[in-house]
Ligand binder design. Structure first.
Ligand code: NAD
Ligand code: DAU
Length: 343
């Protein structure tokens, strides 16, 4: 089996490539544009495998995608490539819409013409929007997107589904909750808070910090995507939740406790515009169809993640380049610090 993985130099895509090379006999072609989020250091452990190769390129580039499929003839495509950060999508929506919507369309259309056997489109629980407790989204739940990022993922999900309904292309959609683990770019909550805490810098919590996310260890997510690739039914959507919902402020307090840093590093700052209060997923369908379940307990995964960031200070320093510093200033520089009594 040969799999074309898109976005395989990013956080989750690289974990998926490491899983395929390490634990299956599949061959992997990784198509990645190497944006700020793509990092070849994430792939050091597989780069010398004769079952792995990387092609640097843009999923929006029709000629590149078409000729790549003609040359490589993959049996399946697993599509991770995206602009994945909500805050960046608020600051600059254009590249997000381009890659997530037009890039997904380009891949779908090229895959249809090439007659690709299976297409897994990797999506997110954010497409269901904010849910009141105790609601949980099943795969039938309506789409209700809030940010340019989630709207772009919702749009690409609908396109992916249309290729099944209209052309009977064997497309499957996965919708996962918040991932965490090694190699995550330190713009997302957990790696940002860990790397700031390790350097005794302030931890910027948006608003009251009572927004709830469901945390899924990245390797559990990848095993779920592999289960869908191997066993998923064409045309179906599969939710993958971590079954561990926590308010952000609790996650941040756990990070401070595990890194031995004081709670006065927490700084409540102006909230994210359009911030969804709570995500929650039912993953019953994937669990009953494939036996998949999230196996990593949150405290174990968080400890392992903190240890990884401690041991990989050079990786962190490298990704926190000039681009990162400019982004940090743009996203956090203008935010007011909220007084304790107003949050
Ligand atoms: P990431 O930002 O770490 O990596 C994205 C990768 O895509 C990078 O390697 C980047 O270079 C590549 N890329 C971006 N634009 C490209 C383009 N036009 N052409 C080719 N490659 C391009 O993202 P991630 O956190 O690993 O997320 C991967 C996928 O999983 C995304 O589709 C995201 O929506 C989805 N997802 C993420 C989470 C999460 O918590 N991070 C949860 C659920 C779903
Ligand atoms: O739910 C799945 C989604 O999870 C994925 O589709 C996205 O690709 C991924 O980025 C993630 O989106 P979130 O917006 O939930 O993740 P983020 O890590 O940016 O934020 C998690 C929560 O923490 C959210 O409520 C915002 C809050 N937060 C985040 C940052 C970066 C803060 O309070 N302060 C911060 O500095």
């Amino acid at each position: 089996m040969k799999v074309l993985v898109t976005g395989g130099a990013g956080f989750i895509g690289s974990a998926f490539v490491r899983l395929l090379i390490g634990e299956t006999s599949y061959r992997v072609v990784n198509l990645d544009k190497l944006t700020y989020a793509g990092n070849l250091e994430n792939l050091r452990s597989v780069e010398s495998s004769d079952r792995y190769r990387i092609v640097e390129g843009d999923i929006c580039d029709w000629h590149l995608v078409e000729s790549l499929l003609a040359r490589e003839k993959p049996d399946a495509i697993v599509h991770f490539a995206a602009e994945s950060h909500v805050d960046r999508s608020i600051l600059s929506p254009e590249p997000v819409i381009r890659t997530n919507v037009f890039g997904t369309f380009t891949l779908l259309e090229a895959a249809r013409r090439a007659g690709i056997g299976r297409f897994v489109h990797v999506s997110t629980d954010e497409v269901y929007g904010s849910l009141e407790p105790p609601q949980q989204a099943t795969e039938e739940y309506p789409l209700n997107t809030s940010s340019p990022y989630s709207a772009s993922k919702g749009g690409s999900d609908l396109l992916a589904r249309s290729y099944f309904v209209t052309y009977q292309m064997p497309v499957m959609i996965t919708r996962a909750s918040n991932n965490y683990g090694p190699f995550q770019f330190p713009e997302k909550l957990i790696p940002l808070m860990i790397s700031n805490a390790l350097e005794n810098r302030p931890l910027p919590v948006y608003g009251d910090g009572m927004q709830v996310r469901d945390w899924l260890y990245v390797d559990d997510h990848c095993r779920g995507v592999l289960a869908v690739l191997n066993q998923g039914r064409a045309g179906e959507i599969y939710n993958l939740g971590g079954n561990r919902s926590l308010p952000n402020i609790e996650v941040v307090r756990k990070i401070l406790a595990l890194t031995g840093r004081p709670e006065d590093l927490i700084q409540h700052v102006t909230d994210r515009p359009g911030h969804d209060r709570r995500y929650s997923l039912s993953s019953q369908k994937l669990m009953s169809e494939t036996g998949w379940r999230p196996e990593t307990e949150f405290e174990t995964g968080l400890r392992r993640t903190i240890e990884w960031y401690r041991a990989n200070a050079a990786w962190v320093a490298h990704v926190r380049s000039g681009e990162y510093r400019a982004y940090y200033e743009r996203n956090y520089g203008g935010r007011a610090t909220l007084r304790q009594e107003s949050v």
